[in-house]
Write a protein that binds this ligand. Structure first.
Ligand code: UGA
Length: 459
């Protein structure tokens, strides 16, 4: 049993929670030369980490973990008491999953702080990295001494994107540190001072606002362009060109103006809902957030209706092949993935759905046991009445579409991410529909024929 506290040193950093944010942050901190201890309670995640295996798919993470764990720069433990020994700074990176009302469930954060209170001395800074609604850190700090660490608590939100998280760690657009204790904020800032980036020092609530505001604003941009896409489908115009034109104005910017099936993942849907809930609990209706969410869900429903329209009748018995299941490329994360709603809706209409994803297949199968998940993309599309692009994996562009044309039942592609070269597909006899553009004239002419999108049936 550990009875005496070791002297603390800011070159020793502990990260509580080896989820996506915690693990990537920990690996990066170890890469920068810190001695890092990760505390993780989940037995299966811990077992993998003990074998130096990354429990999540994230570009470059496995290689980095191997290197920093082999060299002893990063260690893992399930004991918080042992894991925080000697640490000058402790990051809390536990989950804040959504509650049924949309609010964030803060139980893991509270319990981590309570336990830290039992094991830390006043000289250790606790930095909250978990995404917590505005006002949370301030109210957590205000609770009784018994329920929180004796030292300073600051907030240091993360802005990592899944799929490029390590790149984002190494090249952050900004670092935000919020808290009242100047010295504590400076100690946390020191971890990032070698980076060429702006460090924004503020109060804890502003830091939390920046985190939620960033995600919410990006979500608004996506829903805005998806509304424009709908208008293009109704009136004419090409939403991709429209987005380029809008984005050429530096006040608007081109990023996050890609029309498609909308936002998923563990962050945008949850954070938009939580900010809306926080606003509501203070008597304010944040209409823009409600609209962004509604547009986002509508986008998925609308896509399924388009499939139905393109097939000209009922979906019952039709074979629909989904390419892409993860909420975005570069990850096996299925949380709030548009594919889940799309599979459910298609299945409700009686379609036979098969799906393929380069890395998220196993996770998707666990979530949707009845779904036919294929490990071979050409098997997935065999006999299909329609192929749907649901995640913009670049490898779908490089598929042998001639081979696909020969094995599908109908040559019909609905591109939910505007990924593919429509003209090339049309050359192969495919009818090609993308988000935010009316069907091409060539296709409209075709669709007046008896069998608009039928390719020779294959046995
Ligand atoms: C997002 C933020 O981008 C990060 O800055 C933040 O740290 C993170 O949430 C978080 O809070 O942890 P992430 O969820 O990994 O990161 O994914 P994004 O790349 O932001 O994409 C979110 C969703 O929006 C994806 O489903 C993506 O397909 C969709 N999207 C994105 C669009 O539909 N259109 C676009 O133009 C851009």
């Amino acid at each position: 049993m550990i009875s005496l506290r070791q002297p603390v040193d800011d070159r020793t950093v502990t990260v509580i929670g080896a989820g996506y944010v915690g693990l990537v942050t920990a690996a990066w901190l170890a890469e920068t030369g810190r001695q890092v201890h990760v505390v993780e309670q989940d037995a299966s995640r811990l077992a993998l980490l003990r074998r130096h295996v990354a429990p999540i798919h994230e570009g470059g993470l496995q290689e980095l973990l191997t290197s920093v764990m082999d060299s002893g720069k990063l260690t893992v433990t399930d004991s918080l008491a042992a894991g925080v020994q000697g640490a000058g700074i402790v990051f809390v990176a536990v989950g804040t999953p959504p509650l049924p009302d949309g609010g964030a469930d803060l139980r893991q954060v509270r319990s981590a702080l309570r336990e830290l209170g039992r094991h830390l001395g006043p000289e250790t800074v606790v930095a909250i990295k978990s995404t917590v609604p505005p006002g949370t850190t301030q109210s957590l700090v205000a609770v009784s001494r018994r329920d929180r660490p004796p030292g300073p608590v600051v907030t240091c939100p993360e802005f990592l994107r899944e799929g490029s998280a390590l790149h984002d760690c190494r090249n952050p657009a900004r670092i935000v540190i919020g808290g009242d204790d100047d010295v504590a904020c400076r100690r946390v800032a020191k971890l990032f001072e070698h980076l060429e980036t702006r460090i924004i020092r503020t109060d804890a609530t502003s830091a939390e606002m920046i985190k939620y505001g960033s995600n919410a604003f990006l979500a608004l941009k996506i829903s805005f362009v998806n509304e424009m896409a709908r208008l293009c489908e109704l009136i004419g115009g090409d939403v991709d060109v429209v987005a380029d034109g809008l984005g050429a104005d530096p006040r608007i910017g081109r990023s996050f103006l890609n029309a498609g099936l909308g936002f998923g993942g563990s962050c945008f849907p949850k954070d938009v809902a939580a900010l809306d809930e926080t606003a509501g609990s203070h008597g304010h209706s944040f209409w823009l957030l409600k609209a962004a969410t509604e547009v986002n869900l509508q986008q998925r429903r609308r896509f399924v209706i388009r499939v139905q329209e393109a097939l000209g009748s009922t979906l019952a018995g039709k074979k629909i092949a989904l390419l892409g299941l993860a909420f975005k490329p570069g990850t096996d994360d299925m949380r709030q993935a548009p594919s889940i709603d799309i599979v459910r809706q298609l299945s409700d209409y009686g379609a036979r759905v098969s799906a393929y994803d380069p890395v998220a297949g196993a996770n998707a199968q666990r979530l949707m046991p009845d779904l036919t998940v294929c490990t071979d993309v050409y098997e997935c599309v065999r006999g299909a009445d329609a192929i749907l692009i649901v995640t913009e994996w670049p490898q779908f562009q490089a598929l042998d579409w001639e081979r696909i044309a020969a094995v599908v039942r109908r040559r019909l592609v609905l591109d939910g991410r505007n990924l593919l070269d429509g003209a090339a597909l049309e050359e192969l006899g495919f009818a090609y529909l993308r988000v935010g553009r009316q069907a091409s004239r060539k296709r409209t002419r075709l669709s007046r024929g008896r069998s608009p999108v039928a390719a020779p049936a294959v046995g």
